[in-house]
Write a protein that binds this ligand. Structure first.
Ligand code: BGC
Length: 794
């Protein structure tokens, strides 16, 4: 058996390399045949959704379509495809997918999406979106995974691998720092470099390194003053050189401002086709030599490689698989549902406990299941909670219904009164509420995090009369819940896609034990949120003032109690964590630390637990969050069953980004590793010491503080050599110069000020020489224990 497998692999490897070679050979040949005009034309789309073909040379075109949680394929590539798109399975949106925390499941979603693409002739799916949910108000939060970079990146990578393993490409979007919809075509994301790397680039980095998306979509916005479509730093230095991206960069739709700059910066295809004007600009630049033809050739080479690869992987006969996707969408929606409250075990429902169940809320009959904008899928079918309960869970139960509110988003008191009557006549009330479609849309940020008044008032009124009130929420992003303390149960069902209704019924009745956990913090109120002072920005600029303190990092730092914390979610069973072990108490940055923890299902039903591993740097030269998610795993356990989980932590998991030195640094010192059930529920922890072997440049210049030079041994020696008299002036009688009490006031001066503070006893020339001698000095990153300085008055 093993032998057969080995032979198959070798054979497949041979075919693959032969095929790759053929593509490369074809590309090389085509490059010799293409005219300048043709090369330029390949750098724009042909129309709304396709790339430019060159018939003369048999260069085919490829079809790109939205994404991300289902396929929005227009009837033809030159049609916008809103309303008349081809039906496709509408899966739960990204905010639901991320609540599963299940990389294997997300891979399966990707696989299903890839199959749908193959069935409808689409070669590149425009997704996933891994932008960080910086503000709860972000209009596209329903389309993004999380406030955490590692979770976003890992799920994005799994999605891409799932799609691409079907021979269909993806477009990782929207690169980068695209976190606001207001003025989205122009807004400048005013983000410091460290934050950009630690928070906003990291999910893209993980996805690129782990999954090599065929395309990356450059964002509309500006980042640190430069359009995402024309930033050499983002597109070439980071994406291509640092991360090794092998695919092509396409623009977000109509995102290109300067065609030539964009191409030079590293962008490949402008989408969609705008007009001849833009192509002519490029052509003239190439003809005049303003645009180097080698740059154009490199872009064309990459484009042809992707186009030919896509065409060579087209498949037929996937229609049957697509028919099975509705059932799969229900399973996924069930995995995403997050149980936020379940007092007195009000759930699960059963006919033994409740004979008469009131279903309240129009959403039970008119489901809200996806967001507004380019991601809108035309579903192949659409389930409704009311129908599913009747068809699948109806036996022996008397269901009653009241509309409760109208979808028009107005307050109709008579509907509330009627609903209260229906609810109080039943044994339990299930209230289906949340956000109407108009509340969550691409292109528009939310103004507040409240649900409609009609929904809030309805819940309050019912809870007053019915002890057993359970709220089932459908919304794509966090909402305030002023009634949270008054109801017995809260089920977050997200935007569950076309089969979400079945999943709600499955969870309510315990056929599926809820296992979702929040991938975003639910705040008590908008004013508690990290970006509340700086969102959506003003005059075209949005200041990322909270810096690295995004999501739970902020709530931890400010010690603010959220309504429900990041990583939180209940189950119908309980889990116990034991036996946390680390492979070493002391490591270097070159080692891999293994962390083990055992999880046991101590309840009476089967369930799944999401274990989160957070790392805390106890002491650091720079400010760091109290904890950061580095690893996670979802584990399924039968009642009484235990499983040991193993995680591996590496240098990057302990590092911060040093913007001055432009590199990741793992500093020596003590770290705490915590295994947690949520960001606010640490179950086990261990301490380790990291001894860094990194050598990083000291980077002394005229603005380096005297204090820095004094605290590093090597530079202190130079200070002593250059300025003995000045130091001796601060040294107590009979003590060595190392024990000098240089006043704090002087230590806080940049060395350029030495000549001034010493009345030219130390000259400019000496300062220059000193800087020169520090040029190549390096040190091991660690917290320098600053010598206590007396604040000697002078
Ligand atoms: C959106 C993208 C989308 C594209 C094509 C843009 O407005 O930002 O996410 O893929 O349109 O529909």
């Amino acid at each position: 058996m093993k032998k057969v497998l080995l032979c198959t692999f070798i054979f497949m490897g041979f075919i693959m390399s032969a095929q790759e070679k053929t593509i490369q050979e074809q590309v090389d040949y085509l490059l010799t045949q293409l005219t300048l005009e043709e090369k330029v034309s390949l750098c724009s789309g042909r129309d709304d959704w396709s790339s430019q073909p060159i018939e003369r040379l048999d260069i085919p075109w490829i079809w790109m379509a939205d994404g991300p949680h289902g396929l929005r394929r227009a009837p033809a590539t030159n049609k916008a495809g809103y309303g008349d798109q081809h039906p496709a399975t509408c899966f739960p949106t990204a905010s639901a997918l991320s609540a599963t925390w299940d990389v294997d499941l997300i891979y399966q979603i990707g696989k299903a999406l890839g199959e749908e693409c193959q069935a409808l002739g689409v070669n590149v799916l425009l997704g996933p979106g891994v932008n960080i949910k910086r503000s709860v108000l972000g209009g596209r939060n329903f389309e993004y995974f999380s406030e955490d970079p590692v979770l976003s990146g890992e799920l994005g990578a799994a999605y891409i691998n799932g799609v691409q393993d079907q021979g269909v490409g993806t477009s990782l979007k929207h690169y980068v720092a695209n976190n606001v919809e207001t003025m989205r075509m122009f807004m400048n994301s005013d983000v410091d470099k460290r934050t950009l790397h630690e928070i906003y680039l990291t999910p893209f980095e993980i996805a690129v390194k782990k999954a090599q998306p065929w395309t990356v979509m450059a964002c509309y916005n500006r980042v640190r003053g430069e359009y995402g479509t024309q930033s050499p730093y983002l597109l070439t230095d980071i994406l291509k050189k640092d991360w090794g991206f092998e695919g092509i960069v396409i623009s977000d739709w109509f995102a290109v401002i300067d065609r030539v700059k964009a191409l030079e910066a590293g962008m490949h295809i402008e989408m969609p086709r705008v007009s001849d004007v833009n192509d002519n600009i490029l052509l003239q630049a190439a003809q005049s030599g303003e645009l180097d033809e080698t740059v154009l050739n490199n872009r064309v080479r990459d484009i042809l490689t992707v186009v030919l690869k896509a065409k060579s992987l087209e498949k037929a006969d996937v229609d049957q698989k697509v028919k099975e996707h509705h059932a799969f969408a229900r399973k996924v929606a069930g995995e995403a549902i997050t149980l936020l409250k379940n007092d007195h075990q009000v759930l699960p429902l059963s006919k033994k406990k409740y004979k008469k169940i009131a279903i309240i809320g129009e959403f039970a009959k008119s489901p809200r299941y996806q967001g507004n904008g380019s991601s809108e899928v035309k579903p192949t079918q659409l389930d409704k909670v009311w129908d599913i309960l009747d068809q699948e869970y109806g036996k022996g139960i008397n269901y009653t219904f009241a509309q409760g509110y109208s979808l028009k988003d107005d307050l109709d008191v008579s509907l509330i009164e009627e609903a209260v009557q229906v609810a109080s006549d039943a044994d339990i009330a299930i209230v289906m509420a949340g956000l109407p479609l108009s509340y969550e849309s691409e292109g528009i940020d939310r103004k507040h995090i409240d649900m409609p008044i009609s929904h809030n008032k309805l819940i309050e009124a019912i809870a007053q009369k019915q002890q057993n009130t359970v709220v089932v929420l459908t919304n794509g992003s966090a909402v305030a819940m002023p009634w949270a303390n008054k109801v017995e149960g809260i089920v977050e069902a997200w935007l569950g896609g076309q089969a979400g209704a079945g999943a709600v019924a499955d969870v309510l009745f315990g056929k599926v034990n809820p296992s979702g956990k929040l991938a975003e913090t639910f705040p008590v109120k908008l004013q508690d949120t990290p970006a509340s002072f700086n969102f959506p920005g003003e005059q075209g600029n949005v200041l990322y003032g909270e810096r690295i303190f995004v999501g739970y990092r902020y709530y931890d730092e400010k010690q603010i109690e959220p309504l429900f914390p990041f990583g939180y979610g209940l189950s119908y069973t309980q889990f116990e964590y034991t036996d946390m072990k680390v492979s070493a108490n002391e490591i270097t940055d070159r080692d891999v630390l293994e962390v083990k923890v055992t999880v046991k299902n101590t309840g009476s039903v089967e369930g799944k637990e999401i274990v989160q591993l957070y790392v805390t740097d106890k002491e650091c030269t720079l400010q760091r969050p109290k904890k950061e998610l580095k690893k996670f795993a979802k584990v399924s356990l039968a009642p009484g069953e235990s499983k040991e989980l193993t995680f591996q932590l590496e240098k990057r998991d302990f590092s911060y980004y040093d913007a001055k030195r432009d590199r990741w640094i793992a500093e020596s010192g003590e770290f705490v590793i915590a295994a947690a059930a949520s960001s606010r529920d640490i179950r086990k922890s261990a301490r380790i010491v990291l001894n860094s072997t990194q050598q990083i440049p000291l980077m002394v210049d005229e603005y380096t503080f005297v204090k820095e030079l004094w605290d590093h041994e090597q530079t202190r020696a130079l200070l002593k050599e250059y300025f003995p008299n000045w130091i001796k002036g601060w040294t107590p009688e009979g003590k060595s110069m190392d024990e000098a009490n240089i006043p704090g006031f002087f230590l806080e001066h940049p060395i350029i000020k030495f000549p001034y503070i010493t009345h030219n006893e130390i000259t400019h020339q000496q300062v220059k020489e000193l800087i020169e001698r520090c040029k190549n000095m390096t040190y091991t990153p660690q917290v320098i224990k600053f010598k206590d300085v007396e604040n000697v008055s002078f």
